[in-house]
Design a protein around this ligand. Structure first.
Ligand code: OAD
Length: 254
């Protein structure tokens, strides 16, 4: 099936949408200078996930795992959210119901100003006590002491992120599925849709009758299921959609 890449046919659906859900992946932060995972220079092309992003890796070598996250925190710390993140902030203020479900751990949606954000895979700026489960926000870059220990009980702290082989937080996941099954429009931005359960959210939206819009320079396994496929960068396509939406709003109001 040929996908609709025409901005003008998306605008009427967007103009009258009441409930919007957005699923984002690392591609939305690519234009900010944050590496993706599976692209040419993606993290998983240069590092082995089982050595750095599994519970076993952490129990074998917590120092190495923390050093890797410290390095990633350093990359994120001096970068800024981009035009793509900023359009989503404007949309949250405009639409009656608007939520972002992100696989990203960089915190850029919140840094840009978005408030209704569900973080499926955690947040790189948080650490969790391996004994008591307490979650702390730690913003030092670089970290002062590696591996980090809990200030209360001295047990190891771990990054508050989801690793391979771990389950997602069940409340967060339930909310994500509920948003996906109860929206008029879902935007799927900058994800290869290769990681479950996040990759099932757009399919839930399709099955529930929502229109789904994909923004990605590349074809993904979702591309054949969506209603609109915009092949391009989020930081370029989202401002173009937003400009047309604003024109349509001012036309409707006059
Ligand atoms: P991937 O690296 O798998 O996919 C990134 C997607 O972004 C690709 O489809 C690119 O084509 C697209 N992309 C690149 N630049 C873009 C741009 N400027 N605008 C829009 N799209 C762009 O990253 P994710 O799908 O986020 O999980 O990966 C999902 C999960 O896999 C991550 O959350 C992480 C990883 O393992 C965990 O660590 C648990």
């Amino acid at each position: 099936m040929k996908k609709n890449q025409d901005f003008t046919s998306l605008i009427p659906a967007l103009l009258y949408a009441k409930k919007i859900a957005v699923l984002t992946g690392s591609g939305i932060s690519a234009e900010s200078g944050i590496p993706t995972f599976r692209g040419k220079d993606g993290l998983w092309k240069n590092f082995r996930p089982h050595e750095l992003a599994t519970p076993a890796a952490f129990s074998q070598n917590p120092k190495l795992v923390w050093e890797w996250y410290d390095w990633r925190r350093g990359i994120i710390a001096d970068k800024k959210p981009n035009q793509g993140h900023k359009v989503l902030v404007e949309w949250e203020a405009h639409f009656p119901s608007f939520a972002i479900i992100t696989q990203n751990i960089d915190g850029f949606h919140q840094k840009a100003g978005s408030r209704n954000v569900l973080e499926l895979h955690g947040n790189i700026w948080k650490a969790r006590c391996t004994k008591e489960g307490t979650i702390l926000e730690i913003c030092d870059t670089p970290l002062k002491a590696i591996p980090l220990v809990c200030p209360d009980c001295r047990a190891l702290l771990r990054p508050h992120v989801v690793w391979f082989g771990e389950s997602l937080d069940s409340d967060t996941l339930q909310k994500a599925f509920s948003l996906s099954s109860d929206c008029d429009l879902m935007f799927v931005i900058g994800t290869s849709a290769e990681v479950q359960p996040a990759a099932s959210l757009p399919l839930t939206a399709v099955e529930s009758g929502a229109k789904v819009v994909e923004i990605n320079p590349d074809v993904t396994s979702l591309s054949s299921f969506v209603d609109f496929s915009f092949r391009g960068k989020a930081g370029e396509i989202l401002p173009q959609i937003n400009a047309r939406l604003k024109q349509a709003i001012s036309k409707r109001n006059n």
